[in-house]
Structure formats: structure tokens, C-alpha cells
Design a protein around this ligand. Sequence first.
Ligand code: SF4
Length: 700
Amino acid sequence: MNQAVRPIRVAASACPHDCPSTCALEVDVLDERTIGRVRGAPDNDYTAGVICAKVARYAERVHHPDRLTHPLRRTGAKGKGAFERISWDTALDIVAERFLEAEARHGAEAVWPYYYAGTMGLVMRDGIHRLRHAKKYSGFHSTICVNAAYTGFAAGTGRIAGPDPREMAKSDLVVIWGTNPVNTQVNVMTHAVRARKERGARIVAVDVYMNGTMEQADLPVLVKPGTDGALACAVMHCLFRDGRADWDYLEKYTDAPRELEAHLRNRGPDWASAITGCPAETIEEFARLVGATKRAYFRLGYGFSRSRNGPVNMHAASCIPAVTGAWLHEGGGAFHNNADIYHWNKTLIEGQDVRDPAVRMLDQSRIGAILAGDSEALRGGPPVAAMLIQNTNPVSVCPDQEAVKRGFAREDLFVCVHEQFMTETAKMADVVLPATTFLEHDDVYQAGGSQYILLGPKTIEPLAECRNNHEVICALARRVGASHPGFGMTPRELIDWTLRKSGWGTLARLEREKWIDCQPDFATAHYVDGFNYPGGKFRFKPDWPRVPFRSAYPSGPADRMPQLPDHWTIIEEADAEHPFRLATSPARGFLNSTFNETPTSQAREVRPTVLMHPGDARAAGLADGDAVRIGNRRGAVRLHLKLFDGVRPGVLIAESIWPNEAYPDGQGINTITGADSIAPFGGAAFHDNKVWIRMDGPAG
Ligand code: SF4
């Protein structure tokens, strides 16, 4: 974009991407079809004028020459990328005909609408549920992101909410654990650094590599993947041992403090050091800081829950402020996400009123097994014969990637992908529909990492023939005979109705005010009147199968979960054949597979690499820049080695997600991640992979 062009206006908006910050934006509008710079809104006190570089240069994405502009029908073999242009009516007729065919042959559950968080707008993301509920298509058990983390947090508190995220600026100790906000949600750093500048607060970061956030911390605590539960146990051990436990708080607010104390007696720093790889002195120092600081704010992220023991680790970390009583203090307690403060009424957006609970739910992360016809993954029901995919790119982002690719290659599977770009999933489709970006349609957003509802109004005209998700869902509904009042409403009408029925005012008010501050009062946010369980006690001993969670579909070995905080040894431990553990952490320039099409992100990330400790590399006869292969029983990936002393020996990090096609033989990093379910409610263990690493041979 020509930045010298003066904007005709500055539009307020909200970042739609799968990032907890949901930043309030200011967008320079150059003309009715063109944007210029995007900035963080300075008058929003969470965004505070700061956004990430990816979104600041959003013009590069909206006006990318590779945007899809018209509907396409496949003409060649699946995945070869041969398509012809067709009209919208033809495209929608084909999709409807194939959905009706699948339904007639196998029943309605043979159609599987599949979506995710490519946009977090409530209308454009969640409207696909209305179509599936109205038609009794297969349900979507959403597991790929939040389940392990939410379950682990709610296990203790009973609710996915916590102290006001802006209180970080009023803390004396900010613990950033399992999230790399320098890469993924910059606002956390804004508030944490403010606490350091204004109050002399210390920042502790806990992670599996010395990323940007760890570099900025006063005390970086470097652990091996999947060992955070052990670290949390050792910190609590020290607090009990050193008389730093707040027994008045424990007796009043928690369920089993004496049992916890006894259980932790043999889980001290030396025990944890052997598991985490972190020196016992560092663990002692961490515990000393926590024990000496009532205003200690634990900002707990998603990263450390992406393990087979993720919920247990998240729960263990959330227990620490319950031992010190930090929950009662401003700037103290634990926060993961504010999902439970919004009390939405999504009846019209999602068609909740026509939902049939008897319809089967299929696990999003197990799509490979589902498309392969695995009867357990299909829950004993019919095969999936037809799919509509919006806002996600499973051929790139889903675990057990080879199985996913084989599934999409099935000749008897019909797939329609509604997308902004020709993603690797779109390439496998029979029909591809061009989608609007967030600036080309109206939507409303809820922030997970803050407490705002924000409006994202249509700001520019849609590119070429692009249509929004709501238009596509409504047009398909007409053709497949689905009826619901929501299909007859505009996005603005849906937003207004939803706001009113949820107790959040009106669209007119939101347009005037740009965002709504939904922060509960101090007592609610800090659980002053008790936690969200009968009796009001924080649970050190969770009832795992009954943790309150919106998608409580049993998955994984819940019967083996530990009763009290612990290191749960269900992870993929390194062994003789697989001496390393690999985490696939988020790259700064990408957001899952979004932005991996923009030139500046590609230039920043350079090429797929794996980070390895120099000592490990020496022992393996590998050198910086070598072409290597990493693999396990699921497959192998070819990429380049980068020596990095900011990981524990035995740990590999591959920042992601590059497209599969960026790798020499088209096999991306999720070739080696597993799709076995995390207990108790599902999830994908993206950072929990045992692997081998070898020099790449000439034949690959
Ligand atoms: S930090 Fe997150 S929410 Fe904010 S602009 Fe970037 S991607 Fe969007």
C-alpha cells in the first residue's frame, strides 16, 4: 500500500484472529476498497495503542494478490490445484446437491460442518452451528486449542475467569507461564512492563525455550516440555516448608490443604529439578519470590497445556496462589481467560433452540481417524461423506497430518472450503468459495485475554465476488431445506439481538462506544465470596470427569489422572529410539497457519528450522545450518538445524506453522504430532512428541 496516501477516515475495529488479546484497532481507510496502516486503539486501556507487527501491516493481507476472488470447481485430481471459475449459484447448487446426496445415502450425520478460529467473530465463526443444528448434521467437538487449558483452570476455580487482566500493572510479581506474549499477545507485556517500571515489580517467565518473553524476564525458568506440574509442586513444597503458606486462607477457601501439604513433602526442588531440567536453586528463587509477594499475578497461557498432562499442569500452576492467598489481593491471583464472564445468549447465532443432543459429536483434532473411517472416532455412526469448512486449515494445522491428508484425498469425500486464500485444505476441495476478511463484514468479538466485547464493523467493500460466512450459510440453508429465524437476519440484526438478550445493551450503543467493559467486580473476579463450587472451596483435588466445561465430552484416560497436583507421567517420554522431546511453539510472524502467505512474515521466519542445544548437536555430529530429519512412528520432517543454547539438553523446538509445501517433500511439522486425546475432555498435544533427529540424506 502507498502509505503516503492520506486516509479518508479512521475506522474503529477489532482484531479477529485467534489470539487472546482481541486488540481494539484503528484502521486507516484510504478509499472504499483500500486500507492503509492499522494501529492499536490508544483509548482502549487494555490494547493501550500497542498491537503486533502482523496486524499492523494487515494491508499486506487484505490486498494480497493471492486472495481468492470468485468461486471455483475442481477440474483435476484432488490436491493438484486445477480449478475452473464458476458462478456463485452454480457453486452453491453443487454443494447443496452433494450434501443432500450424502444425507440421503447415509443420514444427516454424514455431513460434517467443520470450522475454527480463523475469525473469532461470533456471527461469522459460530453461525455454522445453526446450519448443523437445523439439519442434524454431525456435531463438532472443538478440541484443538482450549480444552486442556480451560479444564485445568476450571478444575481448581470452577470457572474460566479471574482477576482483571489490567491488574497486572498493579502487581509486584508477574508470572508469565506457558505463553510467549512477545510473539503471541503483546498486551500482556505492556501491562507487565508497566508494573516493573512503575512499581518495581519482578517478572518471572516459565517456558520451554529462551523466547522473547523469557529474555525480558527478571527470572526466566527454563523447563522441559510437559514438566510444569513438577515445577508447581516444588514451588508449593517450598511455600509450605518455609512457612509461606497462608493457613487462614487455606482453611477458609480450599478443599484439602493438609492433604496437599503432606502430598508435596517429597516433591521438593531436587525432585522437580530431575524432571524439569531446571536447577533446584532457580526453583527455590522462584518460590522465594512467590512466597514474599502477596500481589503475585499468574498469567497462565495455553502453551504448557499442549501436552498429554496439560490439564494437570494448568491446575497445578493455578494452585500456587491458593497456597499463598494471593487471590485476595489486587494484582494477585491467577488468570487464564475470561470466557465465562460474557453470558452470551447465542440462540439465534448458533440455532441452540433446534439443537438435538442425540446427534453425535466428532472430535476436531481426530479428523484424520474420522476421515479414515475409524469406527471409534466416528462414534459408531456413518462415514463422513461431505464437509463444509470455514475459518480453518486442517490439512496444515491438525495433528497426525499424514492421516489427515489421506482422508482429504478420499475420492468419495465431497469438500467445500470457504476461504480467503488457496490454503492447503482449499487445494483438496471440490468447491472453493472466496471469503471476506474481517474488514469486509460486520461482526462482534469477545476478548479472552481481556474483558471487552468489541465491534468490528464492515469498513471496506468486499473484494471482487467474496462473500461472508453468514451469507454462505444462509444460501446453503435455503438449498438444503434448513429453516431457522437466524437465516433470515442480517449480521447486524443478529448482533443487536444477541447483545440485547445477553444483557449487553444494543448494537447502537456498541457502535457509539466501540467496546463494552465487562469486567466483574473485584469480589467476583478474586473469588472473595468463594470459588465456583458448592461450598465455595478451591479444589486441590479436582473431580476431573465432572469439571465444569462447555464441551464436557469424555476423552482420553481420565481414570488415570492424579488426584492432587503432580507430575503426571503420561507424556511421550524420550527413549532410546527417540532421545529428544519436540515442542512446536508459535512463530512470531505467523498465527497458526494465518499470515504464512504474507511476504514480510515469510521473510522474518526465513525457513522451517529446528532449535537444538549445541551440546546435543555435537554429540549427534550435527552443525548449525545442517539439513536434518526429525521423526517418530508417525512420520518424518525435513528442515534445517539452528544451534541454540536456550533450550534444555534433550529438547527440540520447531517454531510453527509453516505450510507443508515449505518443506522439501511437503511434509510439515504436524506430520509428527499426535492426535490421541488429552483427558478428560480432549485436546491435541502439539508440544509433547518424542522424536529422533538425523542428518538428512540426499534422498530425504
Ligand atoms: S496481538 Fe493478537 S489480538 Fe492484538 S493485533 Fe496481534 S494478533 Fe491481533
